[in-house]
Design a protein around this ligand. Structure first.
Ligand code: BGP
Length: 469
């Protein structure tokens, strides 16, 4: 098959501020929710940042970004996805004036990208909320967060309108269903959080996201602003109609987020869910009009698919990217138990495109693995990560299949293009990168960077616009 990627396809890689920058208390940055979550999403929250939190230093991207962007440029990146740490710009989140040193850092970072013709793709909020907003306001449960986020977003659009074209409002916005603290800054422990408060918080995020689209278009007319959802195609475990309907209902919970962003209204199936669960979303009169500011494109992460069954409680569970339902007997898994399903990305791309007819952007996809640094015959330190090449190659072939199906795709950013701290485990040993970073979970390491075998493979993919897949 002749695989075709459109001219101008944006090849690149993705990271998030809290997983790579480090410098958690430099240049006026306030503490964020990630600074007190040393063990990742399931672990306990500490009162103050503690030394065992690998994110406090990360991979020291804050000080080494020039070296790293040069390596991305060597691979031929056209786009680089990163996030802005909200607490660098508004250390507490509720101040009136931004922190100039924080703003300057991202100015310099975006300039460095443009030096090599790399387009920045910026996530406004990626799994971190200023800690003060979490503790004092209970995060997004409180409607006041909309105003704080609006001020933050307005500051970013005003400052970077000539440097950033592509924006994402919230990373994996649907992950708040599973991880209310990390995703929504909600301080109430998950087990004590009512559905009422959870869905109210989600409503506040929807309004904030739509406001960002509105003001982004006003302040930066060239801006393309997308939502970002965690995609996890869910297959019925069997043709039993009970399994099919259970799958549909599970998928609704996730489609809900893209539906509101793309269509600007609440879908009927969620109104039913609210009715049947006595959930009453409080909406201000202006909310319906604000929500009609729909996104320009749909972006998503894709790592795993899963299955659902009407009798799921009796079946083995599958591990997944924060979520996961019933294990799929046809698929192999990664070292972390995540199902590997390249065809799932073609499937989910068709589903999104059929549903919304908006361009898609694949902004996360990759394999977390334990890598071994070796010295090769040429005396270079490297990682022979053929398993990663296989994973990415198989997925990119399916992206090309989706393009052949007629799906419009802006670009592809492989997750963790340089090794970074994993979101779910807060460990460095779960590596995704094309570039190895010498840092380990006991805090040791030189922070030196080394090109893995996949670095050279990806460079060829980009320079041939996918023809070497
Ligand atoms: C997504 C997040 C990323 C990233 C990725 C891989 O959920 O948006 O921040 O970390 O998953 O997950 P992990 O790091 O847990 O392997």
């Amino acid at each position: 098959m002749n695989l075709q990627f459109p001219d101008g396809f944006l090849w690149g890689g993705a990271v998030a501020a809290n997983q790579c920058e480090g410098a958690y208390n430099e240049d006026g940055k306030g503490w964020s929710t990630q600074d007190v979550a040393p063990e990742g999403i399931k672990g306990p929250i500490t009162e103050v940042p503690t030394d065992n939190n690998m994110k406090l230093i990360g991979i020291d991207f804050y000080h080494r970004y020039k070296e790293d962007i040069k390596l991305f440029a060597e691979m031929g990146f056209k786009v680089f996805r990163t996030s802005i740490a909200w607490s660098r710009i508004f250390p507490n989140g509720d101040e009136l004036e931004p922190n100039e040193q924080g703003l300057q850092f991202y100015d310099d970072l975006f300039d460095e990208c443009h030096k090599y013709g790399i387009e920045p793709l910026v996530t406004i909020s990626h799994y971190e909320t200023p800690l003060h907003l979490s503790k004092q306001y209970n995060g997004w449960v409180n409607r006041k967060l909309i105003g704080f986020y609006e001020r933050y977003a307005r500051t970013l659009f005003t400052r970077y309108k000539d440097k950033v074209k592509y924006w994402l409002t919230f990373n994996e916005i649907n992950s708040i269903l599973e991880e209310p603290f990390m995703s929504g800054g909600i301080y109430t422990p998950k087990q004590d959080l009512s559905k009422q408060d959870l869905y109210q918080a989600i409503h506040h995020e929807f309004v904030a996201s739509a406001l960002a689209v509105k003001i982004g278009h006003e302040l930066a007319p060239n801006a393309q602003i997308g939502c970002m959802v965690l995609s996890m195609p869910t297959y019925p475990l069997t043709p039993n109609p009970d399994d099919v309907i259970a799958t549909m209902e599970y998928e609704h919970k996730n489609y809900f987020f893209a539906d509101v962003h793309a269509r600007g209204i609440y879908p009927g199936y969620m109104k039913r869910y609210f009715r049947e669960n006595n959930i009453n979303i409080h909406m201000e009169p202006e909310d319906a009009e604000i929500l009609r500011h729909t996104v320009d494109f749909i972006s998503f992460s894709y790592y795993v698919s899963t299955c659902e069954s009407g009798a799921s409680s009796q079946l083995g569970e599958s591990e997944g990217n924060l979520m996961g339902r019933v294990a799929n007997p046809y698929l192999k898994t990664s070292e972390w138990g995540w199902h590997i399903d390249p065809q799932g990305i073609r499937y989910v791309m068709n589903m999104f495109y059929d549903r919304y007819q908006k361009p898609l952007f694949v902004v996360e996809n990759g394999l977390g693995a334990i890598d071994k640094l070796i010295t090769n015959d040429q005396g270079e330190k490297t990682v022979e990560d053929d398993y990663r090449i296989d994973y990415l190659n198989d997925h990119l072939v399916q992206v090309a299949e989706a393009i052949a199906d007629g799906v419009e795709v802006i670009g592809y950013t492989s997750w963790g293009c340089i090794d970074l701290v994993s979101a779910s485990t807060a460990q460095l040993k779960k590596r995704y990168g094309f570039i190895y970073v010498d840092r380990h979970d006991d805090g040791s390491g030189t922070l030196e960077r080394y090109r893995k075998k996949s670095f050279h493979w990806y460079k060829d993919i980009i320079s041939s616009n996918g023809q070497t897949l």
